[in-house]
Design a protein around this ligand. Structure first.
Ligand code: G
Ligand code: G
Ligand code: MN
Ligand code: NA
Length: 262
């Protein structure tokens, strides 16, 4: 339909833009980073979320240049934040989280492109966290994991997104080059009541304990209330993201948030 024909030229026409959602340290409430979430300002349909066009972009191959653009644009934003706030933990957003599609993961230039983008922007690899979904890594062979491992060795963080929704067994985590677990929203939803369901508490407690024993940091998504944030903090989660802190928005909003919290 219409989106299919308009998508290939949307990138050249500059119709994509990025919203950022802060990642907040549960211990001290400071803004530590932000996830980059791409949107398409379609000339007829208005703002379209990624669910409307990412699958199409993956199917047509546009996801590779689009993903490169998202990476370049958000790394530039990370540099701007670092220039503004410095690089002390807690001083402001230091790191940008960028979602990676399975097609990008398998692309032969992933490592080279990423290194070049970081170098062009003049930021160190620790400014970047790449988010890969659990399902993209299920059954991944060594060839697919090698580029991620190289990036990880360079200092790029690798996060396992939507953790807990797939079928990966926990032991499988050991062989994946990831250092951050992003607990799926469904776990956060289980923390809505205070106190939360004891079984939900046990499950999250177990995941956090396993993650920490494997040296993985735990980020929780979909935090909408203070009660959720508090319970997840007590359970030992490290970082949180959700409407309770901020909805995805323009990059300027992160300046204000970081300054309020600093
Ligand atoms: O904010 P929300 O509706 O914006 O995002 C929905 C999903 O779209 C996210 O969970 C994320 O997985 C995906 N997404 C957002 N931005 C990007 C992107 O730049 N690249 C890829 N591959 N996926 C993205
Ligand atoms: O990559 P991922 O699918 O995890 O992207 C995050 C998605 O979750 C985006 O679509 C974003 O808009 C959405 N989101 C972010 N915070 C919240 C929240 O607190 N509650 C809900 N329901 N969705 C959220
Ligand atoms: Mn994500
Ligand atoms: Na997610």
């Amino acid at each position: 339909h219409g989106l299919t024909t308009a998508l290939p030229t949307a990138l050249e026409r500059g119709e994509f833009f990025i919203e950022y959602q802060p990642l907040v340290h549960l211990g001290d409430g400071s803004v530590r980073g932000a996830e980059a979430l791409v949107r398409w300002l379609h000339p007829q349909h208005g703002v379209l979320g990624p669910d409307r066009f990412i699958p199409l972009a993956e199917h047509t191959g546009l996801i590779v240049p689009l993903g490169r653009w998202v990476l370049e644009e958000s790394i530039r934003q990370a540099r701007a934040w670092r220039e503004r706030h410095g690089t002390e933990p807690g001083a402001g957003p230091l790191r940008i989280n960028v979602n990676l599609s399975p097609c990008q993961l398998g692309h032969p230039r992933l490592v080279q492109d990423t290194v070049e983008i970081l170098e062009r922007a003049g930021v160190t690899p620790d400014a970047l966290c790449l988010e890969v979904t659990e399902s993209a890594l299920i059954g991944a062979d060594d060839d697919l994991l090698k580029p991620l491992r190289r990036l990880s060795e360079m200092g790029v963080d690798i996060a396992l997104d939507d953790f807990g929704t797939g079928y990966s067994n926990l032991a499988n985590l050991r062989r994946l080059p990831v250092n951050v677990l992003k607990l799926d929203r469904s776990f956060t939803q289980g923390m809505q009541q205070f106190p939360a369901d004891p079984v939900d508490l046990k499950i999250v407690e177990g995941i956090v304990s396993l993650a920490h024993s494997l040296d993985l940091a735990v980020t929780v998504e979909g935090v909408e209330t203070g009660a959720q944030a508090e319970q997840l903090r007590i359970l030992g989660c490290d970082t949180a993201q959700g409407w309770y802190y901020a909805r995805p928005g323009p990059p300027e909003r992160l300046h204000d948030l970081a300054l309020v919290d600093a």
